[in-house]
Write a protein that binds this ligand. Sequence first.
Ligand SMILES: [Zn+2]
Length: 412
Amino acid sequence: MTVDTPDLVRLFVEDARAVSIEAAAKVLGLIFKSSAAEHPQPCPQCGGTDTFAFNTSKQKWNCRTGGAGGNDAIGMAAHCFGLDAHRRDGFLEACSIVLARPVPDHAGSSAVGTALLERIEQRQLHNRAEASAKAERQAGFRERERAKAVAIYDAAAPVGRYGRLVADYLEARGCGHIGASRWLRHASALPYWHGQDDGRPRELHRGPAMVAPFIGPDLLAIGCHITWIDLTRPPKYRPLLVDQLTGETLPTKKMRGSKKGGLIPLFGEPHAARWVGGEGIENGAAFAAWEGWRGDTFYFAAGDLGNLAGPAEVSSRFAHPTLNRLDSKGIARPVMVAGPLPKADRAREDAMWVAEHVSELVLLADGDSERVMTAAAMARARARHARPGRLIPIVWPRDGCDFAGIAAGARA
Ligand SMILES: [Zn+2]
């Protein structure tokens, strides 16, 4: 019996589907950081600083700049090499990268017989069983992580009578003086977990923090956003956290539980007709202070650009006018930018929710992020959240600044 090329290609694809994120990251030459499962770094395709990450325990990867992500090695390889995994040739090339072997062609066809067909079938069965076990593990992990995130938020004190430190932090960051917030909370000694000690999570730091919820349209918390605070350290007033193994400086913010499709409420109530917000908390609060905390407005933060704008339609990707990167053969190619058009088939959880009744949605751009990618993402956010009769102005800070920086500078 002869086995033709399609069978070899099917086996090849099934083999590629079985490759773990960790194995693919090694093949792709991505950077592994210390002992944690999360490995943030610049995106090989889009650049940035810590905007790309893969996670070996959750089997996930994501690129905030490119507005892309997923839970398979093939998709990650396609993104890192700028391949279109929705097209057959791009998909097969990505498979070939993670397997580090060429796509079988006619020259490779053989007459191996039923043994190969059986191997294909076993591989498929194995992959399907793995996929459903993985989905189950992830659902359990998500549920536990979500419960932990909500518990952290519930245990924190409302900003007002007790949480003066959060108000002092925001004031120091140029966000004016807030009396109280229904949403923002204060934890006086929140542990910061990083890395492991004898297989157990290590407490790297413990200190005061601002805790904000991620909420869904039902206003219930699905996750939380944590900012550790150190009022003795201007200009950002956040602690210096260093990984002892690698010497790298760690982020002082963490998001836990779910964020997808949710938003961080800052001030005011979601039933307001006017909403104002951008990526970060400090930026939104600084803008709110600048316009005098309007009583008719709900101020929010999306957490990151991906959650603000949602994923892009692949066909709207374009080459960056000035930025280049080196491909695997050392040839300079333009960085591809996620385009201004939202993906045609939109899932509700792809981006933050905006209530239907909102008639004015003011979107705040981050001036200290890469200009072209940010502009494309802001246009995408406007297109995604557009409704008949809704105004969506985009506000830009001065070049190279954000609103928090401008506000802090004006104060000084
Ligand atoms: Zn990217």
